[in-house]
Design a protein around this ligand. Structure first.
Ligand SMILES: *[C@@H]1O[C@H](CO)[C@@H](O)[C@H](O)[C@H]1NC(C)=O
Ligand SMILES: *[C@@H]1O[C@H](CO)[C@@H](O)[C@H](O)[C@H]1NC(C)=O
Ligand SMILES: *[C@@H]1O[C@H](CO)[C@@H](O)[C@H](O)[C@H]1NC(C)=O
Length: 490
């Protein structure tokens, strides 16, 4: 084999039996496909819950490496900030809820994003799906933040068929409004674009494809072929969310098939993760974990995650090393053969994953949010070794909810107040190794560890900058932009 000496090729040199150094392998930079599901719950994939039909996801996970201790932020924008910028959101003022469509806010330009780093390493970078890192200025949007191309939506919460939010279109092909997809399920459009990217890609260049799916975020909508897969599920909401998980799974299957058809499946590293836990009010499920999306319980933050493909030496195992969404920037850059110049909070776990050894991460902040405006707010939590300390209001719906396929009763306690009376006085302490489902509050029972974690939380608090959560801006009004959610007002 003639070594292909380009800057994207590393030569693996090994001593053969005759002791002559011989080039026996060239390890190319892998193509990288990052698939992010929206609001997919811990118990909303087949490999945790056989009632949910996700055969493609299950196969990729079982033939890959399942990350069993992978964490995110409890909500969408903050997780995406962590993932793309490699910084904890509380350090950049993005810790409070999400970036609203009318908020003059976007992911800070002082941090490079993952695609920008991969570009430096020679990658072609493409994105389909949900951005949600702000769009008030064109410079905030994907094609100005490291992506060669973008197809998808800039905000959140829209209709899966009309691609509108509040009746206004939020769908773009690069920077232009994409008007011709009305009535086409978003998952289908993202698969088509992802396939097009893969099919037309020059395989001599490494590819980074970010597929940020809309499924299974509300509104609960799915084409009938997926809905019809669950005739036995009597609970309408649960039937829809299961159908949406199956639609997501089908998309994953079609993207991996496109990689095979192109002949690059073996050279591709896939990372799949959910951006936070399942949304309980919309029938997402995180059983047996506590709580869900919006909360800093494990059900909101310990999320579905696995890797599959190129570079993983061993496969078919569960990886227990602690990983936070901030770490993927350094880890994927490392898998691509590079090192971040400024890693910020992002820790490179690539070799640890490959070797199946514990990661360097032993602590992290779940969130630090001082804004007290409702039950999801005014909370803090820290992980340190096996322990987790929560301070404040962890979030509404703090129980353990089994998926209710056969009844439609709600297990959610809507009398739980929106404004907890004494959040600032409440603490919870858990040993997650012994009690991963947070059933036994150890507060006042481990004084040493409690004091240590309180002190650490206080120290981290010094790095917090106040939430940048401005009032809605009138200039954002889509009526000023031909009825399309658009940049150009900050
Ligand atoms: C349960 O189903 C009944 C009948 O379809 C419906 O009227 C009711 O609103 C449902 N309740 C919930 C909590 O979904
Ligand atoms: C629901 O929340 C209210 C207010 O916090 C509480 O008093 C009540 O005990 C809760 N109900 C259940 C069933 O947990
Ligand atoms: C967008 O950001 C650029 C760079 O910071 C700035 O020059 C420009 O004025 C902004 N556009 C608007 C409409 O505010």
């Amino acid at each position: 084999m003639t070594p292909d000496v380009t800057d994207r090729v590393y030569l693996g040199v090994t001593l053969m039996a005759n002791l002559l150094p011989v080039v026996i392998s060239k390890i190319q930079q892998p193509h990288i496909v990052l698939i992010v599901a929206d609001d997919l719950g811990w118990n909303d994939v087949g490999y945790h819950n056989p009632d949910v039909l996700t055969p493609n996801i299950d196969k990729l996970a079982s033939e890959g490496v399942v990350m069993n201790n992978a964490y995110t932020q409890p909500l969408c924008s903050p997780t995406r900030v962590a993932l793309m910028a490699g910084v904890f959101p509380y350090k950049v003022g993005l810790q409070h809820l999400v970036i609203k469509n009318r908020a003059a806010v976007c992911a800070p330009h002082t941090y490079s994003l993952l695609p920008e780093e991969l570009k430096k390493l020679g990658y072609a970078t493409h994105m389909v799906g949900k951005w949600h890192l702000g769009f008030c200025n064109m410079t905030c949007t994907p094609t100005y933040r490291g992506f060669d191309s973008f197809f998808g939506y800039l905000g959140s919460d829209e209709d899966h068929f009309t691609h509108t939010n509040e009746g206004y279109l939020d769908y773009r092909d690069n920077t232009d409004p994409a008007t011709e997809y009305n009535d086409v399920y978003s998952a289908y459009t993202f698969v088509d674009k992802a396939k097009e990217v893969i099919q037309t890609h020059d395989v001599n260049q490494p590819l980074f494809l970010y597929v940020a799916m809309q499924n299974v975020h509300e509104p609960l909508q799915a084409p009938s072929k997926y809905y019809d897969m669950y005739p036995h599920v009597e609970n309408e909401g649960r039937r829809f969310i299961s159908a949406m998980a199956s639609a997501l799974d089908d998309a994953v299957g079609k993207v991996t098939q496109a990689l095979k058809d192109k002949g690059i499946a073996e050279d591709t590293l896939i990372l799949f993760l959910s951006d936070n836990g399942g949304d309980l009010e919309n029938y997402g499920n995180n059983y047996p974990l506590r709580g869900g999306k919006f909360t800093i319980w494990e059900g909101g933050t310990r999320t579905i995650c696995f890797m599959n493909g190129a570079g993983l030496k061993k496969t078919g195992y569960t990886f227990s090393g602690l990983i936070h969404a901030v770490d993927w920037k350094a880890t994927l850059v490392s898998a691509a053969g590079g090192t971040l110049e400024d890693a910020s909070d992002s820790m490179d776990h690539w070799q640890d994953i490959v070797e199946n050894v514990a990661t360097r991460r032993t602590e992290f902040i779940y969130n630090l949010d001082d804004v007290k405006a409702g039950v999801d707010d005014g909370h803090a939590a820290i992980r340190y070794g096996d322990y987790k300390l929560i301070h404040g209001a962890p979030g509404r719906f703090d129980g353990w909810y089994s998926p209710d396929n056969f009844t439609n009763r709600t297990q959610l306690n809507y009398s739980q107040p929106l404004d907890p009376e004494t959040p600032s006085n409440s603490y919870w302490l858990f040993n997650l190794k012994d009690d991963p489902c947070e059933r036994e509050n150890l507060i006042n029972r481990r004084p040493g560890i409690e004091e240590k974690l309180k002190k650490k939380l206080e120290e981290y608090h010094h790095d917090m900058i106040p939430a940048n959560f401005p009032d809605d801006s009138d200039e954002a009004d889509p009526e000023l932009f031909d009825g399309v959610w658009s940049p150009g007002w900050c």
